[in-house]
Design a protein around this ligand. Structure first.
Ligand SMILES: [Zn+2]
Length: 115
């Protein structure tokens, strides 16, 4: 970890990270996957021996929270909202990591400045 900049510069950068965190919209953790399924109906298009056309796409959201792994299906109508929430969560994680990084730089620098 590089410690460049003065106490003032690092503090200013921390304030900038905080402002970006406050501006974040709705969020949720997880990752989206798309899948196509085969059904149970005999002679269905999804089981065509020549050109099988499986059903879908279906969108599945997976995430772990408090040690519990969860998956759920997401309706097409909710996709845009969920994608935006997932993107915000990534920003949240990235900004939190930046804050910790800056906080450690600041703490280290302050110790060197003690008389
Ligand atoms: Zn089918």
């Amino acid at each position: 970890m590089k410690t460049t900049g003065s106490v003032q510069t690092i503090s200013k950068n921390i304030e900038a990270v905080k402002a970006r965190l406050l501006a974040l919209g709705e969020m949720r953790p997880g990752s989206l996957t798309r899948q196509y399924n085969v059904c149970g109906k005999p002679n269905c298009r999804c089981k065509d021996p020549e050109h099988p056309r499986r059903h879908g796409p279906y969108y599945k959201l997976s995430y772990a929270h408090k040690g519990k792994f969860t998956t759920q299906f997401i309706r097409k109508e909710a996709l845009a909202q969920v994608r935006s929430e997932l993107a915000n969560y990534k920003k949240f994680r990235s900004l939190s990591a930046q804050w910790v990084d800056l906080a450690l730089q600041l703490a280290k620098l302050k110790l060197t400045l003690l008389p």
